[in-house]
Ligand binder design. Sequence first.
Ligand code: GLU
Length: 325
Amino acid sequence: MSNGKDAMTQVNHPLDLPIDLQEALDATVADVSAYQGQGVLPSYLPSLTQVNPRKLGIAVALGDGRTFAAGDADEAFSIQSISNVFSLSLALQQVGGSLWNHVGKEASGSAINSVVQLELEKGKPRNPLINAGAMVVDDQLIGHDSADVAVNELMEFLRERCGDCTVEIDQSVAISESQGGSLNRSLAYYMAAFNNLSHPVEDVVSVYFRQCAIAMTCRQLAKAALYLAFDGTDPLTGDQILLASRARRILALMVTSGHYDNSGDFAFRIGLPGKSGVSGGILAIVPRVGTIAAWSPGLNSAGTSLTGSIMLEKLVERTGWSIFA
Ligand code: GLU
C-alpha cells in the first residue's frame, strides 16, 4: 500500500532504551534455564514432536532497524497459528472491513479448535486468531484466485516484511498438518454448512495447513511483524503496510484472543499484544518500540509455550514494556 494520511512518522533514529538490550536478552535466557525442556509437545501434530524440546530462543526487532537475539533465535521453526496475524493483515488489506461479516471479534474462552462453539454460533467463528477464524480469513484471501496464489501472496508478504527471500514452507510439516487435520476439516465443513465459506473446504484447509508450516526464525518473525508496532507502517521505509486503524485492531485481538483460552493469563503476566503457536513460538508487539519473538517448544496446558512465556515475562520485567505500565 502507498503512504496514506494515517501513516505515522518514520522512525529513523536509534531508540533511546533504558537498558542494554543484549544483556537483558542474555540474562533472560539464563533466567529460564531451569525450565528448559519443560512443557508438553503437541502429540496431535507428529511433526512437532520431533523437535528438540530444549530449544530456546528470543529476538527483539526495534523500529530503528536494530535486532538483538539470544539462544536459538536464528533457528527456524514452523510458526503455526502465529501466521494468522499475517494472513489477517493481508486479508484486511485486500477485502477490507467486509471480513467482519464472516468472523467475530470476541475472545473465545474455548480451545482453539472448538467445534461446539462453532455449532452454537452458527458457523461464524469468534475471532480470526482461532483455527476456524483463520480459515475464514484464508477463504477471503483466496478471493477470486486459487489457494496456491493466496499462499504465494502470503509468502511474498512475509519475505518482504522480514527482508529475507529465503523464508519457505516446511513441506514435511505441511503434510503432517494435513494428515492430522481432521478436526480442522470438521471446523471448515461446519462453516461451509452455514454458508460461511465461498471456496471448497480442501482449498481453504490447504492454505491454512501451509501457512501453519511456514518456517521462520525468531529474528525473522520479529522483523516481519514490525509494522504492527508502528501503526501499520514499516518504521524503516515509512511504507504503509496496513491502515493504522486496522493495525490497532489486530493488536486489540492479540490482547484478547492471541493465546487460546490462556489470553487473560498472558495479558496479566506479560501485558503485551501477542500470538502463540503450538510449535512453542510467541510473537509479542511493543507499540512504538518494536517486536519480540520467543521460541521454546514445550507447551503449557492451554497450548502456549511454557518457557517462552516465562522468557517474555522476565524480559518485560527488565524493560518495563507492558502496555499497562
Ligand atoms: N496447525 C495447528 C492447528 O491447526 C495450529 C494451531 C496453533 O498454532 O494454534 O491445530
